[in-house]
Design a binder for this molecule. Structure first.
Ligand SMILES: O=C(O)CCC(=O)C(=O)O
Ligand SMILES: [Fe+2]
Length: 353
């Protein structure tokens, strides 16, 4: 059975796109990390598929109480209009979120040489490294990340040879919580979309038994010239949906047609959910996949924790059968990830019917 990690093996990266800058040693924005202008990295023509997500009645990302009686409608509408929403009453304790946040901070505050012991392999998916989308941009990002798929024990032993258990336990517990929350949200979405009983069962079974998620710890160190740097360049997430925790510092932005970049400030106790490419495909384009980026901050070291939720790498994804006039062909998750690794946002247009 193919796994998410295997989906990355065929497209190895160069080390210059894996090794992050040694942020402790620089006090001035290097040319390699100077983006002339934040907005210039958007080619709006290419993202025309987002255009039905017009902004009028609301001006900020909705906040949804998962215990609301009309939660299906609230989630469905938010997916259609925004492709993104905050969730509250999500059942993940604030102490667990705080623990994940502080473990991530501990990791990123280790000396660079220590972090590099867990450097992601060129064709690998897990470990310490720069953003996977780095090769698509001529400038580098003000960001370092650490990816976990399943157990973090091997890497954690490198980082803390005698004291790795707490990190592993926290990450395991958080991944389990994220997986069940993502599944709960997926079921709400499937209820909203016109899903056949059979499809709902198949998706539910694969989601429970076979689904794979990845946990991405993101670190955006204090940046000497934040207006000319990018934390994470504009992108869409590839899988079904992403659940994001952001520390108290602003940084996440989404692109809205006719509006431009809109900040999505953290709300204490909430998690941000966004639609990824696979759910955009499954909804036959009804839900926009969210084009977003992160910007760095001058005085605050920002941490965010993203959980990417997707079906098993072998499973086939395509527009749900009750949705008329499929706009995308069906393909395996592994095939889609491979297209995305090669073509980034153009991957979606390559599978258009
Ligand atoms: O740091 C953030 O707010 C965004 C992170 C993100 O987009 C990602 O990890 O894919
Ligand atoms: Fe993202």
């Amino acid at each position: 059975m193919a796994t998410l990690s295997q989906a990355y093996k065929d497209d190895p990266l160069d080390l210059q796109h894996i090794i992050p800058l040694d942020f402790d040693s620089v006090h001035k924005l290097p040319d390699s990390h100077t983006w002339s202008d934040h907005v210039s990295c958007l080619d709006s023509e290419k993202y025309a598929y987002l255009k039905h997500a017009s902004i009028n009645e609301e001006s900020s990302v909705p906040i949804i109480d998962l215990s609301a009686p009309n939660v299906v409608e609230l989630v469905g509408n938010a997916c259609q209009v925004w492709g993104m929403f905050h969730v509250i009453n999500h059942g993940v304790s604030s102490s667990l979120v705080d623990d994940v946040d502080s473990c991530a901070r501990q990791l990123f505050s280790l000396p660079t040489q220590q972090k590099l012991k867990t450097l992601r392999a060129p064709g690998g998916a897990t470990g310490y490294g720069a953003a996977r989308i780095s090769p698509f941009f001529s400038k580098l990002m003000w960001h370092e990340g650490f990816t976990i798929i399943g157990s973090a024990v091997e890497h954690a032993k490198e980082l803390w040879p005698h004291d790795y258990e707490e990190f592993c336990n926290v990450m395991d517990t958080y991944q389990k919580k994220m997986k069940s929350l993502a599944y709960q949200i997926l079921l709400l979405i499937l209820k909203f979309l016109d899903t056949t009983q059979e499809e709902e069962e198949t998706i539910s079974i694969t989601s429970i038994y076979g689904s794979e998620g990845a946990l991405q710890l993101n670190s955006y160190p204090c940046c000497p010239d934040p207006n000319r740097a990018i934390g994470l360049a504009p992108h869409t997430d590839s899988l079904l949906l992403t659940i994001l925790h952001q520390s108290e510092t602003n940084g996440l932005q989404i692109h809205r047609n006719g509006v431009g970049w809109l900040s999505v400030p953290p709300i204490s106790g909430s998690l941000v959910v966004n639609i990824g490419d696979l759910l955009h495909i499954m909804s036959n384009g009804r839900f926009p996949t969210v084009y977003h980026r992160a910007v760095p901050n001058q005085n605050r070291h920002r941490i965010s924790i993203a959980y990417f939720y997707g079906p098993p790498a072998d499973s086939i994804v395509g527009p749900l059968s009750k949705l008329p006039f499929p706009r995308y062909r069906s393909l395996t998750v592994k095939e889609y990830i491979s297209l995305k690794n090669k073509h980034l946002e153009r991957a979606l247009s390559l599978i258009k019917i």
